[in-house]
Ligand binder design. Structure first.
Ligand SMILES: Cc1ncc(COP(=O)(O)O)c(C=O)c1O
Length: 420
């Protein structure tokens, strides 16, 4: 794989982040470009799994990729995915983007495309549970060694230079403690030993952060979350400025059957039209909810990068542009055994739906869902306990949402009892 780091010199993250995504694009595309007479305003949903040719020469040329804008078989690519890929590549400042069936297939395709038996990957200790399973169970069988590390610990960061991993995998904003990784420092360390920095940007989206601008080699996202925004499609994204990585990821996606479905692309393309306004409102709501929760006696602690008390607040102000995210994590002060009762009350106000990025505010319980594969001790090390509740803020009117939380917490306090 091409190890050139010339993008490090060319990119200026703080400058570039001002022109990302919808509203900050350099050129009009999609929603702002003028459409010729007779063109439908909404792109059609094309479900065909195969395209036709008039000669074997034509078919061969299409399969070789020398006929542009021609599709052959949906597993290779299809119009809905291609449209989405172009917009997402531009949003991320990538030279190319690949849309995959799910967020997990995006991560798996990158790992398989970039790693070989004998390689070592350093995985941040707080990544999504299934990502852990992928690296520590599945890839281990293929001779790829995964090592957990703490990207917020100086000594751990220093060891990168000594141990020279082939790949380092982190999340921009971690789940569920919402810690914000120092991509600048990490990139310096990883690139100094010729490694690849892969960043899962699901909790930020290109609207808040463009990891490629900070020197990441590859960015992956679960588009099933905020980018789709309505919990009705599942897709993943791989974006990079390295053409050789891109080509290899595409080959893996096609041959391992990780290709997206046109319907999911269609729904996600629609979600993309409102991403900017949804993220802005959801971030504003999250800030209001974090403030409100911080003042509640039954809440022992609140994690939100926008709070001055957050350990990476200053860094988050630099890395994230336009808001501190829509996720808030709270830790109740009540006994662990009361959490089922607390949830019975909370779910009268908000759905307990273990995902994130919906237009509605939803709740999740990391200990029993996303992080259940970790032992109690492992959860405790990450600061997760039975009383930890993760909130994905939606786009409701801020005052309404604040009022709902006030009512919900008062009802929990009344039902579950005094704060301990
Ligand atoms: C941070 C993160 N990355 C990746 C994934 C996997 O995405 P998908 O559910 O689209 O496979 C998730 C799913 O929750 C996630 O939270």
């Amino acid at each position: 794989m091409d190890q050139q780091r010339d993008t490090d010199k060319k990119r200026s993250p703080e400058k570039a982040s001002n022109n990302s995504l919808t509203g900050r694009r350099e050129e009009p595309t999609g929603d702002t470009a003028a459409l010729p007479l007779g063109q439908p305003l909404v792109p059609p949903l094309e479900l065909s799994s195969v395209w036709c040719f008039t000669s074997p020469t034509e078919a061969e040329a299409a399969l070789d990729g020398s006929l542009s804008e021609t599709f052959v078989y949906r597993r290779e690519n299809h119009p809905s995915a291609q449209r989405l890929e172009r917009v997402l590549a531009q949003m991320h400042g990538a030279s190319d983007a690949i849309v995959t069936a799910q967020g997990m297939s995006a991560i798996a395709a990158v790992a398989l495309a970039c790693l070989a038996p004998g390689d070592t990957v350093w995985v941040a200790e707080e990544v999504y549970g299934k990502t852990m399973v992928l690296f520590f169970d599945h890839l281990a069988k293929w001779g790829i060694r995964s090592v957990l590390f703490d990207p917020y610990d100086d000594q751990s960061m220093q060891r990168i230079v000594v141990e020279r991993p082939r790949m380092v995998f982190v999340e921009t904003v971690s789940n569920p403690r919402l810690r914000v990784v120092d991509l600048q420092r990490l990139r310096e360390r990883v690139h100094s030993v010729g490694g690849l920095l892969v960043v899962d940007n699901t909790f930020a989206t290109a609207h808040l952060c463009r990891p490629l601008d900070w020197g990441a080699d590859v960015v992956v996202e679960s588009l099933s979350k905020q980018v789709c925004g309505h919990s009705d499609a599942m897709l993943g994204l791989v974006a990079t400025v390295d053409p050789s990585i891109c080509q290899s990821v595409r080959r893996h996606v096609a041959s391992l059957g990780m290709t997206s479905s046109p319907i999911d692309c269609y729904l996600t393309e629609r979600g993309l039209q409102t991403l900017e306004v949804r993220v802005e409102r959801a971030c504003r709501n999250a800030a209001a909810v974090a403030d409100l929760l911080s003042a509640q006696a039954i809440v022992r602690g609140v994690d939100y990068p926008g709070l001055p008390s957050h350990p990476q607040h200053r860094w988050a102000s630099r890395l994230l542009s336009g808001g501190f995210g829509w996720m808030v994590t709270m830790h109740f002060a009540m006994e662990a055994g009361t959490m089922d009762d607390a949830f019975r009350v909370l779910t009268r106000y908000f759905p307990f739906a273990p995902s994130l990025g919906d237009v509605r505010t939803t709740l999740s319980h990391p200990a029993s869902t996303s992080h259940r594969s970790l032992s109690d001790a492992e959860q405790a090390k990450l600061g997760i306990c039975r009383q930890t509740v993760r909130i994905s803020c939606g786009i409701e009117a801020t005052d309404t949402l604040r009022h709902q939380f006030q009512q919900a917490l008062a009802a929990v306090a009344a039902t579950v009892g005094r704060a301990s």
